[in-house]
Design a protein around this ligand. Structure first.
Ligand SMILES: Cc1cc2nc3c(=O)[nH]c(=O)nc-3n(C[C@H](O)[C@H](O)[C@H](O)COP(=O)(O)OP(=O)(O)OC[C@H]3O[C@@H](n4cnc5c(N)ncnc54)[C@H](O)[C@@H]3O)c2cc1C
Length: 585
């Protein structure tokens, strides 16, 4: 054993970084170990050929004044380093069913007016649906704010709608109020945010997402990586250490049964690092069956792990295109293109293993990041990220290979999938094919390599109703001082953030208020649709030559060196950030 830490965090996703920061702010000596060369997990960004792309940050809600995500991020002391841009308020979601397009606006009143205009026959149901989902979301908030377990006894009084709908599917909730199939489809389209048919998803989870974006949808200025960067600066301030390209191979424990407790970790290469507490930000399968000996776990946990399902994986198409997309009517909102308005069928079809036998994927999601934040525009081209969901199985036979040694048949399969994906996108952007100047497709194998996610899953455990809410994995595990946090316990960026706060609250035995007592500055918000109002320092960047210093496909490590140049430096994969100054890059 070498150096001792109070707390080791395995993984630097937003959940891992949040627990690391809470523990560092509470005075713990903290070490974060991240297997990838870039921090952030699904929040990391990467640069290919000078074009900046994101993995899992496309929109985040509740960043309005006083809203929950803003108060959490500011409360952690990250306000000075975070800027967000608000997506098109008149259409933060563009939902396309065949020929029909809907543009969902922010704001309950605006959404009500919009929906009633398109579905006048459903006026009453729309009103009841919006009121009920608002109520459920408020009740979820009250539950999140509960400090003691005994507060749950107050549920019938403070959360009656949760008692009614908490164990029902979202599909049954929406159908309770709405009869029109197209409107049911429209109000269920955000199932794309969790990749499960709405009839398998718990009502509170979908409602939570729907209401999360109700008053605004935001994207971090500079891309997803700005979020881990803000955390790293804060962690440095509290003397925490982060080691990149450092994979944990084993969690070390001593004792048996109820007195079994963690003693440290072993990283690739054999080094053992001692600590009192471990917080795992990787998924339960990785934590319990790869980092621990499965047979050493209780029968109950073994059974649970055996039954646990993981979410679908994805294909991600990252492109730079030479088109004036703004002039063509595109904006900062999200584009969701569905083959049918039946979301149960759409997300069921996403599990089908034959990926090339049909012309179309059941759906795709597309965002033009340079219309949200043009400060990362390169060569004046637009950066597009598009995703569709696929199972792991068709890729399994190549899972032993890495990015450097993929076989010819895999590359051929990837090319066919890319062609199919581009053909699908032509339905949204007809002249895209000839305008693509750069493209790269990610597959489930990419997710395994960069995220170490089980079967390339995108949302960790499958977010079906038997694995969310009260059935989720809990922060505390059966091994003393081993905790979980992140998307395996709650969903999305908001969920991973909240789960990390809960884990920290339990592990540090501190009330949430104390964990969020580090507010320094406020987060700044700009408007993606009003570039002229952005601060002066962005205007040269907005002109579209940010990536001119990047050429070729930069390796993540060299990219990170460039990203952290100036105030920051990297030594032996440890990020050293000497000064705490906000910067624009
Ligand atoms: C395509 C896509 C789009 C998304 N879009 C959105 C969105 O717009 N809004 C939203 O709210 N959410 C979105 N999400 C979900 C969201 O990004 C994730 O749920 C969230 O970021 C997960 O955070 P986490 O804390 O669970 O950690 P993760 O991001 O899963 O990070 C876990 C980290 O652990 C590391 N790790 C794993 N094993 C080891 C090991 N043995 N040793 C060391 N390190 C290890 C991994 O490399 C990784 O960095 C999206 C997800 C995907 C896939």
């Amino acid at each position: 054993m070498t150096k001792a830490f109070d707390t080791i965090v395995i993984g630097s996703g937003i959940g891992g970084l949040t627990t690391a920061l809470c523990h560092a702010q509470a005075g713990d000596k903290v070490l974060v170990l991240e297997q990838h060369t870039v921090p952030g997990g699904w929040c990391h960004s990467f640069t290919l050929d000078g074009y900046r792309f994101n993995t899992g940050v496309h929109y985040i809600g509740e960043l309005e004044d006083g809203a929950r995500v803003r108060s959490y991020l500011e409360g952690l002391g990250l306000g000075a380093d975070l800027k967000f841009c608000q997506l098109n308020k008149q259409g933060y979601e563009h939902i396309l069913f065949k020929e029909q397009r809907y543009d969902l606006p922010n704001g309950k009143d605006e959404l009500y007016a919009y929906l009633v205009k398109h579905f006048p026959q459903e006026k009453k149901g729309i009103e009841q649906f919006l009121n009920k989902t608002e109520k459920i979301a408020k009740e979820i908030g009250s539950i999140l704010d509960m400090e003691k377990l005994s507060d749950l006894l107050k549920m019938p009084v403070i959360a009656p709608s949760m008692i009614r709908w908490g164990f029902s599917s979202y599909d049954s909730l929406v159908r309770h109020y709405i009869k029109d199939k197209q409107l049911i489809g429209l109000l269920s389209a955000q199932a794309g945010d969790y990749a499960v048919p709405p009839k398998k998803a718990a009502a509170p989870m979908h409602v939570g997402i729907f209401q999360h974006y109700m008053n605004g949808a935001y994207y971090p200025v500079g891309g997803g990586l700005k979020i881990p960067k803000a955390y790293l600066r804060a962690l440095k301030k509290y003397n925490a250490e982060i080691r990149l390209a450092t994979k944990v191979d084993a969690i070390l424990t001593e004792g048996k049964g109820k007195s079994r407790q963690v003693t440290g970790v072993r990283i690739t290469g054999g080094e053992e690092i001692k600590c009192n507490k471990i917080i795992s930000n990787t998924d339960p399968h990785q934590t319990f069956t790869h980092l621990l000996d499965k047979k050493s776990l209780s029968k109950r946990l073994q059974k649970r792990l055996h039954k646990t399902k993981y979410s679908l994986s994805c294909l991600g198409l990252f492109m730079a295109v030479d088109l004036d997309l703004k002039a063509k009517g595109f904006d900062s909102g999200n584009y969701w293109l569905f083959d049918s308005n039946d979301m149960n069928e759409t997300f069921r079809q996403c599990s089908e293993e034959e990926l090339l036998d049909k012309d179309d994927f059941p759906f795709f999601y597309l965002t033009i990041t340079t219309l949200k934040d043009p400060s990362k525009k390169n060569k004046n081209l637009h950066a597009i990220e598009a995703f569709t969901y696929v199972p792991f199985k068709p890729f399994e036979k190549w899972s032993g290979s890495g990015p450097e040694d993929r076989s010819a048949d895999y590359m051929d399969f990837k090319q066919q999938l890319t062609d199919k994906f581009i053909s699908n996108i032509e339905k949204l952007i007809p002249d895209i094919r000839g305008s693509i100047r750069f493209s790269e497709l990610s597959t489930p194998l990419t997710n395994i390599f960069y995220l170490n996610s089980t079967k390339g899953s995108i949302f960790s455990t499958e977010k079906n109703m038997f694995q969310t809410g009260v059935f989720m994995f809990k922060p505390k595990t059966e091994i003393k001082n081993l905790y979980l946090c992140g998307a395996s316990t709650l969903h999305g960026i908001f969920g991973a953030l909240v789960s990390a706060l809960f884990t920290s609250k339990i592990s540090l035995k501190k009330p949430m208020k104390q964990l969020l007592d580090f507010k320094d500055k406020e987060i700044k918000i700009f408007n993606s649709e009003e570039m002229a109002s952005w601060p002066e320092e962005f205007h040269t960047l907005i002109k579209g030559n940010w990536g001119e210093n990047f050429s070729g496909i930069s390796t993540p490590a060299s990219e990170l060196k460039q990203l952290f140049s100036g105030n920051d430096a990297i030594e032996n994969n440890k990020i050293i950030i000497p000064s705490y100054e906000a910067e624009v890059e």
